[in-house]
Design a protein around this ligand. Structure first.
Ligand code: ARG
Length: 458
């Protein structure tokens, strides 16, 4: 094997080292961003008189042609050329000759890859932000279409208190809103240009970093060349944000899986998002939810990979950093696919209001309100809690629900019960009484949904 940068060597490289070191098999996807960066760099070199304008123009034309070849699938990526940068540079030289050999003046693959990845990540974040908005909108549609549906709210996966389905769905909107906020903040930290740091100390050429940054849409240029070529914080953050977002999706997956089981029967997921079984003809499995829940694990894995990759690295660039690509690419692909499939699956879900209402009648969820009723009659809450608990025990022994108890039965537990008690035990009344900002009363939920929609359209 001959060596790629062979000047100072006498011999070649071991075949296995070539396999170990190549990255073009996965970093070729950075080509459009690599070329965008090179176009700006070449123009700047020409404008600053570091190379002739003629050469700069030849390089720019050549790079555009190389990009066309890549997009047409006509560039034969060569593992011997190691990475995306060298493959493109070599294709450029093959096309335009000596001018192409001047492109790499005043830069290194170290600041080049750091720039490519930031440009790529910025675009991925923009897509993810759109996908997060779309998913929130589908959840809001579902919430608004079911404003009168009541279901059990759970703590410890035990019936707790009745809530509006819209309130439950809005909880997820809030999670994805925070994810949106996190990715928006990250975008600002990604949008800092490392180019001009060269190998790690900067370059002696009179480059104009501001010009390149402006052309590439970077909001700022890095302040320290050593940090700039070895910083991967933004990729770790990308994976951290993705992990949190996948965790949110995964929690929803778990509920969709539970809710679509015959034991709950709250929902039916659309046929297009479920699958059959190879052996059991009756099955309709919530595979999409299970797969997204499963994929959450690989995204967490990527976060751990990157944190571990970076923890022992001395300044500045180390070849280890080449290992950042696959986890971050996989994370981006996985998150985008998961968000997209979810936004399509949500509208396919049929919510079974009767099953939810039926479930809301079970589990003595009126018990808190029964105690609160006694509080309005002057009983201290702690005492009222005990009375209500004894009524629940009685009901469970008698096979009755709390609303089914007659006034006489209730009076056995407290003389403070009066004829008006039954109105407070109705699920609708229970929900409506929770009438504070952020609570489940219909008018509060409606206001929350409205605000959520407004924030998305901003
Ligand atoms: N493929 C390398 C990476 O992903 C590009 C930078 C290579 N730099 C070097 N000095 N070998 O990190």
């Amino acid at each position: 094997m001959s060596k790629l940068w062979g000047g100072r060597f006498e011999g070649g490289v071991d075949a296995l080292v070539e396999r170990l070191g190549e990255s073009v098999s996965f970093d070729a996807r950075l080509a459009p961003w690599d070329i965008r960066g090179s176009l700006a760099h070449a123009r700047m070199l020409g404008d600053c008189g570091i190379i002739t304008r003629k050469d700069a123009q030849a390089i720019q034309r050549g790079l555009k042609d190389v990009l066309k070849d890549i997009e047409a699938g006509k560039l034969a990526w060569d593992q011997k050329l190691e990475d995306v940068h060298t493959n493109i540079e070599s294709a450029l030289v093959a096309r335009i000759g000596d001018a192409g050999k001047r492109l790499h003046t005043g830069r290194s693959r170290n600041d080049q890859i750091a720039t490519d990845v930031r440009l790529w990540a910025r675009d991925q974040v923009d897509t993810i932000l759109q996908l997060l908005k779309a998913l929130q909108l589908r959840l809001l549609d579902a919430a608004e279409a079911h404003l009168d549906v009541i279901l059990p709210g759970f703590t410890h996966l035990q019936h707790a208190q009745p809530v509006l389905l819209a309130h439950h769905l809005h909880a997820y909107v809030e999670m994805f809103r925070r994810d949106h906020e996190r990715f928006t903040q990250l975008r600002g930290r990604i949008n800092v240009m490392p180019l001009g740091s060269a190998a790690m100390a900067g370059t002696p050429y009179p480059i104009n970093r501001e010009q390149v940054a402006k052309e590439l849409g970077f909001e700022a240029i890095s302040a320290n060349s050593m940090d700039a070529v070895s910083d991967r914080d933004h990729l770790i953050e990308f994976c951290a944000n993705a992990s949190i977002c996948m965790m949110h999706l995964s929690r929803m997956c778990e509920e969709l899986i539970l809710w679509s089981s015959p034991e709950f029967g709250y929902i039916e997921i659309g046929e297009a998002f479920t699958t059959g079984s190879s052996i059991m003809p009756q099955k309709r499995n919530p595979d999409v939810a299970e797969l997204v829940r499963g994929k959450t694990g690989r995204v967490y894995g990527s976060l751990t990979s990157l944190l571990t990759l970076l923890k022992g690295l001395p300044l500045t660039y180390n070849r280890d950093l080449q290992e950042d690509k696959e986890p971050v690419f996989d994370t981006s692909d996985t998150l985008q696919l998961s968000l997209e499939v979810f936004a399509r699956m949500i509208p396919s879900i049929a919510f079974h209001r009767d099953a939810m209402a039926e479930a809301a009648r079970a589990g003595f969820m009126e018990a808190t309100d029964l105690a609160d009723y006694l509080v309005t009659k002057g009983v201290p809450f702690r005492e009222a809690h005990g009375v209500s608990g004894r009524a629940v025990l009685y009901c469970s022994k008698q096979g009755k629900t709390l609303p089914e108890l007659t006034l006489d039965e209730l009076r056995v537990f407290s003389p403070k019960f009066e004829a008006d008690v039954h109105k407070v035990l109705d699920a609708k009344a229970i929900v409506s009484r929770r009438d504070n900002p952020g609570a489940t009363a219909p008018r509060r939920v409606k206001a929350a949904l409205k605000l959520a929609r407004k924030r998305i359209s901003k």
